[in-house]
Design a protein around this ligand. Structure first.
Ligand code: SF4
Length: 317
C-alpha cells in the first residue's frame, strides 16, 4: 500500500491486516463443534491487535482442538501428544518477540501433558494457553478423559466413568507462580472474544479454560448449562473481563469477584452446580522466565564467541 508524500515521493504505509490474513485451511471439525467459534474469536483478536502473521505462532499437541494451527495463516507447530507447552516455551525462549497461541485439550493437557502444564504455569512465559475442555477424547473416538464426569459412558468405561474429574481451573490456581486464569464457554462468542483478548494483553502465561461442546461424543455435557443461562455464574469486576452491559444482562447469575483475591478464586472454581466464567485470577507482578532467559539474545555472533571464549579461559590450566 502506498501514500503520496508532500514532496511527491511515495512512502510505504504501515500494513493493515484483515481477517483473511489469519484464516488458514477450511476447518474440518464436526458441524456444531465448539472449536469453530473459538477459532473465529482468535482470528478477530489477531486482526483487532494487528498482529503480524509472520510474528504469530500457533502451537498444539494432539486432539481435535490441536488441529488449530492448520486453520491459522500464521506460523504453526502441530506437535506430539501432550507436548504443546514445551514447544511453545522453547519458541518463546529463543524468540520472545513472537506472539504465541497454544491450543490444547483436556486429554492433551491434563493427562499426558500434565507435567508440562504445571511447569509452563510456573515458568509464566508470555503466551495464551487455550484449554478446550469437552470432557472426552474426541479425536480418538470417545475415551474417558481426566475431566469426564462420573457416569459418562465411553469406549474405555462402557458402564460409566467413575473417578472424580480433575478441575483444570482449580488445579491451575494451585500451581506456583500462576499469573492469569480465566474461564469461558464456546457458545457465548462475545465472552470468548473478551476473555481471549484480556488473556492476550496480559503479560505472562494466560490460562483460559474453555467449556467446549462436542456434539459428536458428549452432546449432553453442557446442554443444560446452554439451555439455562442462570447455570453460568458471571464473574464481574472493574479489572475483570469487560462484557457489553446488554450482553451481561442476559446472564442473570453474576457475582463481583476481585481477580487479585486468590482464595476467593479457588473457592469459586470449586463451586458445584454452576459454571463460573470470567477472570478468576490475575497478577502481573509474577516473575516471567522469558525475562530471565532472554538476556543476551541481542548479542552479536562476535560477542557470543567472546563470552564463550572468556568462559572457557576460566578453566585453562
Ligand atoms: Fe469437535 Fe467432538 Fe467432532 Fe472433535 S469429535 S471435531 S471435539 S465435535
Amino acid at each position: 500500500m502506498f501514500g503520496l508524500k508532500s514532496d511527491w515521493s511515495l512512502e510505504v504505509l504501515p500494513r493493515y491486516f484483515t481477517l483473511e490474513d489469519y484464516q488458514g485451511a477450511e476447518a474440518r471439525w464436526c458441524p456444531g463443534c465448539g472449536d469453530h467459534g473459538v477459532l473465529a474469536a482468535v482470528h478477530r483478536i489477531c486482526r483487532d491487535e494487528q498482529l503480524e502473521p509472520e510474528r504469530t505462532v500457533c502451537v498444539s499437541g494432539i486432539g481435535c482442538s490441536s488441529r488449530f494451527p492448520h486453520y491459522m495463516r500464521t506460523y504453526g507447530f502441530h506437535g506430539l501428544h501432550g507436548r504443546a507447552l514445551p514447544v511453545a516455551c522453547g519458541i518463546k525462549a529463543r524468540r520472545p518477540d513472537l506472539h504465541i497461541w497454544v491450543a490444547t485439550g483436556d486429554g492433551d493437557c491434563c493427562s499426558i501433558g500434565a507435567a508440562h502444564w504445571l511447569h509452563a504455569i510456573r515458568y509464566n512465559m508470555n503466551m495464551v494457553v487455550m484449554l478446550f475442555d469437552n470432557n472426552v477424547y474426541g479425536l480418538t473416538k470417545k475415551q474417558t478423559s481426566p475431566t469426564s464426569r462420573p457416569g459418562l459412558k465411553t469406549n474405555t468405561h462402557p458402564f460409566g466413568a467413575w473417578l472424580p474429574p480433575l478441575n483444570p481451573i482449580a488445579a491451575t490456581l494451585g500451581f506456583p507462580n500462576v499469573s492469569f486464569v480465566a474461564g469461558t464457554v464456546d457458545w457465548n462468542p462475545p465472552h470468548v472474544h473478551a476473555t481471549l483478548q484480556a488473556a492476550f494483553r496480559h503479560k505472562g502465561l494466560s490460562f483460559v479454560h474453555i467449556a467446549q461442546r462436542c456434539p459428536q461424543y458428549t452432546p449432553g455435557v453442557f446442554a443444560e448449562t446452554q439451555r439455562d443461562p442462570s447455570l453460568l455464574k458471571l464473574l464481574t469486576h472493574e479489572r475483570g473481563i469487560s462484557l457489553d452491559p446488554a450482553l451481561a444482562k442476559l446472564l442473570p447469575n453474576s457475582v463481583t469477584h476481585d481477580p487479585s483475591d486468590h482464595s476467593a478464586a479457588l473457592q469459586l472454581a470449586q463451586e458445584e452446580g454452576v459454571l463460573p466464567i470470567g477472570l478468576f485470577f490475575q497478577d502481573e507482578s509474577r516473575p516471567r522466565y522469558d525475562d530471565y532467559i532472554g538476556r543476551g539474545l541481542d548479542m552479536t555472533i562476535d560477542e557470543k564467541l567472546g563470552a564463550l571464549q572468556a568462559e572457557l579461559d576460566r578453566f585453562a590450566v
